[in-house]
Design a protein around this ligand. Structure first.
Ligand code: SF4
Length: 389
């Protein structure tokens, strides 16, 4: 009677030779070739993750709200930056209902300094939509039906909180997969991203998607780094087609990002007595809903022109206008180059929206820390001593 092959022996036979491996890579590079049986890849990456994963607060919970919050905060933002915000935000809004019932200015204040404020407004709106339901959406499809929750976030919450076997792709995962499979397409193109999602589905560990998805993300965040992948310490190095072909640092291919275009502005840090004047940005604009010293687009060099433009915006004469310095603040698509002036104002402008601002108000210095303000606004205030939130 023929002996039944052991699990390990089966795997050994199934693994291609180096020649098969390279041939497959060459044939499939344009579309992304499978580097080896998915099970071996899964086991190597999973074992590595279980041994070395960072102990992060959102990995100690299965609360879908807490996991959702972490996923939103981590978009475009480093773990070290998110950590203090995550704890404070959860303490302030411990449930999706608490978040839904909070006024938007309080949510923006808790988000202040974390950047990409549209995330906070969409999180808040989505929490209100969820709070109207009987329970938290319990699947990827149900999460996707909530306005403001996209494919990545829905898959992350569904797989990590509920163990639903669904693949996900973020920037880290796209980089890891494009290298593992030597995928030569443009990962920023629609077709390229679709192929990366297909690859993510092929390698998904359906038995433990929570661990697998987090392991792939961790690999991208700590080992398979954008410029200098640490292939010698990578659990998948023997299966990685890009490493074998010596092209790891060249992948993923992507169209060069456009450089942020310069946007000259003029800002005014104006005092009304002992208070500082701030404007609340109209909600549909950049930094919408946040407070800041009022600013105008334009490259104004003459003080008379600066004075005239702000007097028109604020509907009030300025006194003691003086240059306070310059601020450069780089966003994803814009490089704000700002000439900052200080001045005194007899009173707070009255009435409704003026320019980019839905409202104006003046605050004592000790009240600024409780407001929703952007890092950009804090840089402007920092030029005028005593105005820092
Ligand atoms: Fe990334 Fe190198 Fe690991 Fe391949 S071997 S997945 S390029 S770190």
């Amino acid at each position: 009677m023929a002996s039944t092959p052991t699990k390990d022996a089966t795997r050994k036979r199934a693994r291609p030779s180096q020649a098969d491996h390279a041939r497959g890579a060459a044939q499939g590079a344009a579309q992304g070739a499978l580097p080896s049986p998915a099970s071996e890849l899964q086991e190597r990456i999973r074992a590595w993750y279980l041994a070395v994963a960072r102990d992060l607060p959102w990995r100690r919970t299965r609360d879908p709200y807490a996991i959702w919050l972490s996923e939103v905060m981590l978009q475009q933002t480093r773990v070290d930056t998110v950590l203090p915000y995550y704890g404070r935000f959860l303490a302030r809004f411990p449930s999706v209902r608490a978040l839904a019932e909070a006024p938007e200015p309080e949510v923006l204040a808790a988000w202040s300094g974390l950047g990409y404020y549209r995330r906070a407004r969409m999180l808040h709106a989505a929490a209100q939509a969820i709070a109207d339901r009987a329970s938290f959406p319990g699947s990827r499809d149900a999460l996707l039906a909530v306005p403001g929750i996209g494919p990545y976030t829905a898959a992350a919450v569904a797989s990590i909180a509920f163990g639903e076997p669904v693949e996900l792709v973020d920037g880290n995962v796209a980089r890891v997969l494009s290298r593992l499979f030597a995928f030569e397409g443009d990962v920023r193109s629609t077709a390229g991203l679709r192929r990366i999602w297909e690859l993510a589905k092929q390698v998904l560990d359906r038995h433990d998607p929570a661990t697998w998805n987090q392991a792939l993300m961790e690999l991208g965040a700590t080992v398979c780094l954008p410029r200098k992948p640490r292939c010698s310490g990578c659990p998948a190095s023997q299966l990685c087609v890009a490493r074998e072909r010596g092209v790891a640092e060249l992948l993923p291919r992507a169209r060069a990002k456009a450089r942020p275009s310069p946007e000259p502005r003029v800002a005014l840090v104006a005092r009304v007595g002992t208070r500082v004047l701030l404007g609340r940005r109209c909600s549909e604009l950049r930094f919408g809903g946040l407070w800041e010293p009022p600013s105008l687009e334009g490259d104004l060099v003459e003080e008379e022109a600066v004075s005239a433009r702000f007097e028109e915006l604020l509907g009030s004469p300025l006194r003691a206008l003086a240059p306070a310095g310059r601020v450069v603040h780089v966003l994803s698509h814009r490089r704000l180059e700002v000439a900052v002036y200080s001045a005194e104002l007899p009173s707070v402008p009255e009435g409704v929206a003026r320019g980019d601002y839905a409202a104006f108000a003046a605050f004592e210095a000790d009240a600024l820390a409780r407001l929703g303000t952007s890092t950009f606004a804090r840089k402007l205030l920092a030029l005028c001593p005593g105005d820092r939130p």
